[in-house]
Design a binder for this molecule. Structure first.
Ligand code: COA
Length: 156
């Protein structure tokens, strides 16, 4: 009999004590990471902030805000060693369920044009491109260079 294979992470609301681990995952995942202050502001602003835990350790997080009946995903990241195991997919289910209950009817986000893993993840969740913001992001490679943002959206 073959072993079952499934995501074993648990999803919960982010707590203040999760911040050091969250900031470390963000630092490992983004060329222009949010600062501790950015995260504190998100919590103060009441943004929906989730973490995923494996064996008690924070291994991923997601932050979204609602704007009337729309939601915007601001950040999602999984610690590099835990990627491609369904953790982000699991967080996505919890996040979108909570946003739907809060009255959001769609979710949108911006993603770097060069971020193939994230674009592939969003496509796998049903998001489709709806526009481009030219030269939106600072480019991590060359100072002064900018990178396009792809806007993606899906109905909740
Ligand atoms: C994008 C990210 C959150 C995905 O997290 P993850 O836990 O690895 O994703 P999952 O394992 O849940 O993947 C679900 C599906 O997304 C797609 N996907 C995820 N990562 C992918 C990759 N590297 N290449 C291609 N498809 C990918 C696949 O369809 C995958 O299903 P499969 O594994 O059955 O093929 C993760 O790569 C990450 O943290 N990246 C750095 C931070 C970042 O770029 N965040 C987005 C900023 S806009």
């Amino acid at each position: 009999m073959s072993a079952l294979s499934f995501a074993t992470a648990t999803i919960a609301l982010m707590q203040p004590e999760d911040l050091p681990a969250v900031i470390e995952i963000e630092r490992q995942s983004n060329s222009h990471p949010w600062t501790e202050r950015n995260f504190q502001d998100a919590v103060t602003s009441g943004y929906l902030s989730l973490v995923a835990r494996e064996l008690g350790q924070v291994c991923a997080f997601a932050i979204a805000r609602t704007l009337v009946d729309e939601a915007e995903l601001l950040l999602i990241a999984v610690t590099p060693s835990e990627r491609r195991q369904g953790v982000a997919a699991l967080m996505w289910i919890d996040l979108t369920q909570r946003l739907r209950i809060a009255g959001a009817t769609k979710i949108f986000l911006e993603v770097r044009a060069s971020n193939a893993p994230a674009r592939s993840f969003y496509t796998s969740r049903g998001l489709t491109p709806i526009g481009v913001r030219k030269n939106y992001y600072p480019n991590g490679v060359h100072d002064g260079d900018r990178e396009d943002a792809i806007l993606m959206q899906v109905a909740l």
